[in-house]
Design a protein around this ligand. Structure first.
Ligand code: IPE
Ligand code: IPE
Ligand code: MG
Length: 247
């Protein structure tokens, strides 16, 4: 049986977040340069988005570029930005056909103007679609996002719009860039690295974590479905005892 056939359709995670890692090492293992790895990673983005849509995942968040990634060599940063523009250009039609809505989280003001414009066009074009929400994390880091939220909330208190007592989890979440997006049920990280790397630290509080040694350019539909099957074997207790969970 394929992993896809093993999936329980009644228990599909609503939100899957992915740290797409290992492009550089994958390329190096083939004697190629890092950019070759990024180029090959684009196909995995297509495949995994399609796979998520096929099984009815509502939100797929892909960590495509972190705040810290700005510190990479300029040629690599430029190549990544170029790939992003191409990927959007090549995919808007497919997103319309597959009813996919594109969203972006992160500090998009830091992106090159061309990239930002292409993203904004694609977001408005796909804005009414009701299938999969494809969330790209770009120039994103969790500490940046949490600091930003803190500043916005402090400003509202200063202006007398809210009281300190009004600050609760809901209000805090509403000031993050993920406002309106449910917390991830499942986080996947590829390439064998066992860390969060400044990704969605508030939102991942109760997510199930799944790590695989497969590098991102080789992470296609079946490895994604395998992660879903693994997720479905787990019991999410949210601090309660097993007996308290209604099965
Ligand atoms: C992930 O692959 C892509 C980005 C972070 C943009 P890496 O480029 O981090 O690949 P490794 O981890 O060096 O192999
Ligand atoms: C995390 O990968 C960021 C993205 C996948 C975009 P990195 O490869 O940048 O993470 P570290 O530096 O190894 O933690
Ligand atoms: Mg990496």
């Amino acid at each position: 049986m394929t992993f896809k056939e093993q999936i329980d359709k009644e228990r599909i995670p609503r939100h899957v977040a992915v740290i797409m890692d290992g492009n550089g090492r994958w390329a190096k293992s083939k004697g190629e340069d890092r950019i070759f790895g990024h180029q090959n990673g684009v196909d995995s983005v297509d495949q995994v988005s399609e796979a998520a849509g096929e099984i009815g995942v509502k939100y797929l968040t892909l960590y495509a570029f972190s705040t810290e990634n700005w510190n990479r060599p300029e040629a690599e940063v430029d190549a990544l930005m170029g790939l992003l523009v191409d990927a959007i250009k090549n995919n808007v039609r497919k997103m319309m056909k597959n009813n996919v809505r594109l969203l972006v989280i992160g500090d998009i003001n830091r992106l090159p103007q061309m990239t930002r414009e292409k993203l904004q066009d694609a977001m408005s074009e796909t804005g009414q679609n009701t299938g999969l929400n494809l969330v790209l994390a770009l120039s994103y880091s969790s500490r940046w996002e949490i600091l930003n939220a803190t500043k916005k909330i402090a400003q509202s208190v200063k202006e007398g719009k809210i009281q300190i007592e009004d600050i609760d989890e809901t209000l805090f979440s509403d000031n993050l860039t993920t406002v309106g997006i449910p917390d991830p049920d499942l986080l996947i990280r590829t390439s064998g690295e066992l860390r969060i790397s400044n990704f969605l630290m508030w939102q991942l509080s109760y997510s199930e974590l799944y790590f695989t040694d497969i590098c991102w350019p080789e992470f296609k539909k079946e490895p994604f479905f395998e992660a879903i099957v693994d997720y479905q074997k787990r019991e999410r207790r949210f601090g309660k005892t097993s007996e308290q969970i209604v099965k």
